[in-house]
Design a protein around this ligand. Structure first.
Ligand code: ARG
Length: 449
């Protein structure tokens, strides 16, 4: 029960980097002499290789990654290894490792989201003038550009990237030097540590430094939001690719056939994205529940913070990558989309018609009621709104004139929604341009030549 080595061995690189930095500070303080310092660093680097190549012998008796590495360092270099822990505690070592680990993983998740965003914008560009019905209450509402929907996903995921970046200023705070709870007593220079490690600031309260796991909560929360967005995107695509909708065809390699029903092409990858968001949500509940009753400062309960964290990292990364493949590979079935628009018999223009009446001086509430009656009349007679005669329109309201027939055009309808953030094609095209420019800049910043 005590042992966490089964899972915390994943932190070996961070642990070793932290120890090398600490050895330097001990050297400057005169606690390790030149030779000892060199032996410690070489020993640690050799251990890193052993773990990397699988040659390292992990033992449960060592309990955790910190003790495993210290034990092995002693085997390799003898007594100097035992000086490394002077003034240092595992309580700070573990949060140091976790923070460093997350700095890396945030960057990797960010890179994955960036790629997904790029694909979303590409697909948006391709489908700028593909008009689809958009749904509210899962009932057809109004026509929109499909690009507008792709960009809706883009915006949600961009905000998650922003959150991840904002989180860095709280994550990149170095706890080393806090010791067990009240700070190191041996006079090491924490600024030396800060220079050696990938952090932006030093923690300012040693009790807080070893007691908090809020950075894990925050990371998992951001992953929950990513997971929920991906889950909703998955749900959209599952629905739109069903036989009933038929708007989207999924590539074969992202679907699975049923073991019993030979005709089936199940959207398993999307169902799993939707399903896996549940475990990420579970991990968030786990970590806050773990923290809530613990007295300051460190408690061994905190050892239970890691498996959920690692699984969150793995699950988020996997789901983003699979969703990227889905968005890249999905095909829009224009014929079925067109059919769905036809089948609505012009009902998607109802709001346009009401607003048309408003331009003729009819108060909106009256127009709303009138158009409701017109739609009922048309659909009961299995007629399209565009096929009603002007006399029939006039029988509902004298304000109708023959320009009403100009309304029955999907592109024109979309273009009427010409506000910032609306679905008018020129607005959406502008949005695509802005997104492209932003992404290009950010991709370049990530891969400087
Ligand atoms: N394995 C422990 C953890 O994950 C490391 C810290 C243990 N500290 C201690 N004083 N027992 O939290």
């Amino acid at each position: 029960m005590n042992a966490s080595i089964g899972f915390d061995k994943r932190l070996y690189r961070e642990d070793i980097r932290g120890s090398i930095a600490y050895a330097k500070a001990l050297g400057k303080r005169g606690i390790l002499d030149q030779d000892e310092y060199r032996a410690v660093v070489e020993g640690l680097l050799a251990i890193e290789q052993e773990i990397k190549t699988g040659a390292f012998n992990f033992r449960v008796e060592d309990e955790d990654i910190h003790m495993s590495i210290e034990r092995r360092l002693f085997e390799k270099i003898g007594k100097a290894a035992y000086k490394l822990h002077t003034g240092r505690s595992r309580n700070e070592q573990i949060v140091l490792d976790e923070r460093m680990y997350l700095i890396e993983e945030c960057s990797s998740i960010d890179k994955k989201i960036l790629l997904l965003l790029k694909i979303l914008v590409e697909r948006a560009k391709e489908h700028l003038s593909t008009i689809v019905p958009i749904y509210t209450h899962l009932r057809k509402a109004q026509p929109t550009s499909l690009a507008h929907l792709f960009l809706a996903y883009y915006h949600a995921l961009s905000r998650d990237r922003d959150r991840m970046r904002d989180f860095q200023k709280r994550l990149r705070v170095l706890p080393l030097g806090s010791a067990a709870a009240v700070g190191s007593s041996i006079g090491i220079d924490r600024n030396v540590l800060l220079q050696e490690l990938p952090f932006d600031a030093l923690s300012q309260n040693s009790i807080d430094a070893v007691a908090t796991r809020d950075f894990i909560v925050e990371f998992e929360f951001i992953c929950v939001l990513i997971g929920v967005t991906l889950s909703r995107m998955a749900e959209d695509i599952i629905l739109y690719s069903s036989e009933e909708f038929g708007f989207i065809d999924l590539p074969d390699d992202l679907t699975t056939t049923s073991s019993l029903l030979p005709q089936k092409k199940n959207p398993d990858s999307l169902e799993l994205i939707r399903g896996k968001s549940a475990r990420v949500i579970g991990h968030l509940v786990w970590i806050v529940t773990l923290m809530k009753g613990t007295p300051y400062t460190y408690n061994r309960d905190f050892q239970e913070d890691k498996e959920g964290l690692f699984d969150t990292v793995d699950t988020a990364g996997q789901c983003i990558a699979v969703m990227t493949e889905v968005i890249k590979g999905l095909q829009v079935n224009l014929e079925h989309v067109e059919e769905a628009l036809q089948k609505s018999r012009g009902a998607l223009f109802a709001t346009d018609i009401a607003e048309y009446l408003v331009t003729k001086g009819v108060p909106f509430r009256d127009a709303h009621r009138t158009v409701g009656e017109i739609v009922r009349f048309a659909l009961e007679g299995e007629r399209d709104l565009k096929d009603l005669t002007l006399a029939q329109y006039k029988s509902f309201d004298q304000a109708f004139e023959k320009d009403v027939y100009k309304l029955f055009d999907y592109i024109r309808s979309v273009n009427r929604h010409d506000v910032i953030g609306g679905t008018a094609l020129k607005r959406v095209a502008g949005e695509i341009k802005r997104a492209e420019n932003k992404l290009e800049k950010e991709i370049r910043a990530r891969n400087p030549r």
